[in-house]
Design a protein around this ligand. Structure first.
Ligand code: SAM
Length: 198
């Protein structure tokens, strides 16, 4: 596999690349919101990247502080086997969840039961299917079917189409996981919104 192909993978990790790779590769379309990477000054470029990742992390911390109010309640449950009390919602967000579920199709095929008619389901996922989280046979996409690539979005549509219509077009939303003080994982989620119509 060529280096360029490695970097188009959804789980691309920029920390795997050497400085020379970072300068050479056409990363800007993939990392649309990150600082420009076609700089010859590697030191300056790394500083820009570090600032970008640290400021993103700070925004997460701000979000968590906003959520820590009396108006927000937290419950823990199995998304593939939710208790009946979790229903009647206007909006459900499944952020970076489906590719970590043991049976994402079960989650998607039943989630309409939790939403009011006209309610919206928002999915965000980088579709990084891994057998350690999701058995291979339960993946929604990211494999070949009849010799052709089968995108996860097609698998999602198949699960949701009897109760939902997609709102607008899929959007790419980057997110950052700070693994250590010096290592950040940068992924691109595909975000889709679905209105319950049946
Ligand atoms: C990649 S993390 C995403 C966390 C968070 N939503 C975010 O966007 O930062 C995936 C999360 O899914 C949770 N998860 C895995 N299987 C689950 C299940 N069956 N039911 C509910 N949550 C599950 C994991 O505990 C983990 O917190």
């Amino acid at each position: 596999m060529r280096k360029e192909e490695q970097f188009t993978r959804e789980d691309a990790d920029i920390t795997e690349a050497s400085n020379a790779d970072l300068v050479r590769l056409p990363l800007q379309p993939l990392f649309a919101r990150t600082p420009h990477l076609h700089d010859d000054d590697v030191v300056a470029m790394r500083a820009k990247l570090r600032d970008y990742f640290v400021s993103t992390f700070d925004r997460y911390e701000y979000l968590f502080s906003c959520l820590a109010t009396d108006e927000v309640a937290f419950f823990q449950g199995d998304a593939c086997n939710l208790k009946a009390q979790f229903s009647g919602y206007d909006f459900i967000l499944a952020a970076n969840l489906i590719d970590r579920l043991y049976d994402p199709a079960v989650f998607l095929r039943h989630i309409h039961e939790r939403l009011k008619m006209g309610g919206v389901l928002m999915l965000a996922s980088p579709y990084t299917w891994l057998a350690e989280h999701t058995p291979r046979e339960a993946w929604l996409g990211g494999f070949r079917k009849d010799g052709e690539p089968f995108p996860t979005l097609d698998g999602i549509k198949a699960c949701l189409e009897s109760h939902f219509t997609m709102l607008g077009e899929p959007q790419e939303v980057p997110f950052v996981i700070r693994e250590t003080r010096r290592k950040f994982q940068h992924s691109i989620s595909e975000v889709t919104c679905w209105e319950r119509i049946r």
